[in-house]
Design a protein around this ligand. Structure first.
Ligand SMILES: [Zn+2]
Length: 90
């Protein structure tokens, strides 16, 4: 199963004039390395937002909270559901 680091949407990195959802600043970043190694790096979240990785946070915990990006929550929840569909087909 893929692991995710937690990214924080920084208002000062806002671009393209899009409004930033300040009340839900946490995004999921597909972690190719341990999250603490990615700490402080600017990465692309799974929903497409540019975020800075906050290595001390865990997506499993942040992702269930109300301050998590709803798109990231939905996208990261899709993977186990698809895997389950394959195993129930037999
Ligand atoms: Zn997101």
């Amino acid at each position: 199963m893929e692991s995710y680091a937690v990214g924080f949407a920084r208002p000062d990195r806002r671009s393209w004039g899009r409004p930033v959802e300040d009340t839900r600043p946490w995004h999921a970043v597909a972690a190719h390395r341990p999250p603490d190694e990615l700490d402080g790096e600017v990465e692309l979240a799974v929903c497409g937002a540019i975020v800075q990785v906050w290595g001390s946070q865990h997506w499993e915990r942040v992702g269930v909270g109300r301050t998590a990006c709803p798109d990231c929550v939905r996208i990261t929840a899709v993977v186990p559901v698809l895997t389950k569909t394959l195993t129930t087909a037999s």
